[in-house]
Design a protein around this ligand. Structure first.
Ligand code: NAP
Length: 305
């Protein structure tokens, strides 16, 4: 049985990926900052500030997937929060690399999450992996630091390395979607600013299936956009969400000035425009289970995932 070590496996994507891998016959183990003897998957502890990983985590592991990182939109972007957002990605990557280098039997591949924030705020421009990366803003800055660390890991750990530039992951269990659904309990749904900014979304199972394709196909290396082939403007996405959930809700704007006032620089997360296409994954033959937004939402709701 092929064994997969997932760092940050307790999070939104990691939880679902662990389920899908287990159902497909893989053995899954997790790396977490916290000990948890009752965890569903064998869990080993790591600590970046002590440069420590419980080495038993690597026993018999064929693939390592690093999903660790402090939440981008969990709290306001103070100086210390920004440092944590970057450090929790760069230092975990560096720590894993230093341990992988020492392993006698190396895994087949090192895979990681990255993010579409690397492209910056790009209006209606259609973006693929061949496009230039963004110039301004903390999302760009943090994603560049993250990708540089992944690139160096690829050079130093001596194994195939690939990463997904993950878009807005749709799941009823966390991330952006439950926050978008909440106001519908009060018969409203909000788009942000003028709502013309593009959102590049993806069904959580398609992200997980992309990671599995990266595991299985040893010709895949480098960075891949993990977004559906059908990005939507924020306003359209909000309207389609109301319809897909069969809700009655007034679709109203949340003015960008109010968002900037409440969220500060972090409002970039909802106001930036990213019209992104998954060119490299499609070229690699990836077939989306959920290329269309409404069908994706109905599936997530029906399966409660
Ligand atoms: N969800 C999205 O829409 C989305 C979009 C773009 C990119 N991504 C990226 O994809 C990856 C997985 O996303 P996700 O939504 O599953 O993330 P998540 O739910 O926030 O989980 C990430 C995991 O990272 C670990 N973690 C949190 N803070 C940490 C810190 N300071 N140092 C080390 N580890 C820390 C936690 O595991 P422990 O508590 O067990 O240590 C957590 O379960 C993340 O890197 C995220 O940035 C996600």
């Amino acid at each position: 049985m092929s064994k997969v070590l997932i760092a940050g496996g307790t999070g939104l994507v990691g939880t679902r990926l662990s389920e899908i891998l287990t159902n497909s016959g893989y053995a899954v183990v997790h790396l977490s900052r916290k000990k948890n003897p009752k965890a569903k998957y064998p869990t080993f502890v790591w600590n970046t500030s002590k440069s420590f990983i419980d080495e038993r985590a690597f026993e018999g592991v064929e693939y390592i997937i690093n999903l660790a990182g402090a939440g981008i939109a969990d709290s306001l972007w103070t100086k210390s929060r920004k440092k944590l957002i970057i450090d929790s990605r760069v230092e975990t990557t560096e720590l894993l690399t230093s341990y992988i280098q020492k392993l006698e039997t190396k895994p087949k591949a090192y895979l990681a999450a990255a993010a579409i924030g690397i492209y910056g705020d790009r209006g209606d421009e259609e973006l693929t992996e061949a496009s230039t990366i963004g110039k301004d803003g903390f999302l760009v800055e943090s994603c560049i630091a993250w990708e540089n660390a992944i690139r160096i890991a690829g050079e130093q750990n001596g194994i195939r390395t690939a990463a997904l530039r993950v878009g807005v992951v749709l799941s009823t269990q966390g991330g952006a979607l439950p926050k978008m659904m909440l106001p519908m309990n009060f018969f409203t749904a909000s788009y942000f600013g003028d709502g013309q900014q593009w959102y590049s979304w993806i069904h959580i199972d398609d992200v997980c299936r992309m990671f599995i394709q990266l595991m299985k196909d040893d010709s895949l290396e480098g960075f891949y956009n993990a977004t559906s082939p059908n990005p939507l403007t924020n306003k359209d996405l909000t309207k389609q969400l109301v319809k897909a959930l069969d809700k009655k809700a007034l679709v109203i704007p949340a003015p960008s000035a109010a968002l900037r006032l409440g969220m500060g620089e972090m409002a970039d997360v909802v106001l930036n425009s990213n019209k992104i296409f998954p060119a490299r994954m499609e070229m690699a033959g990836f077939e989306f289970a959920f290329p269309e937004f409404k069908a994706a939402i109905r599936d997530l709701k029906a399966k409660k995932i």
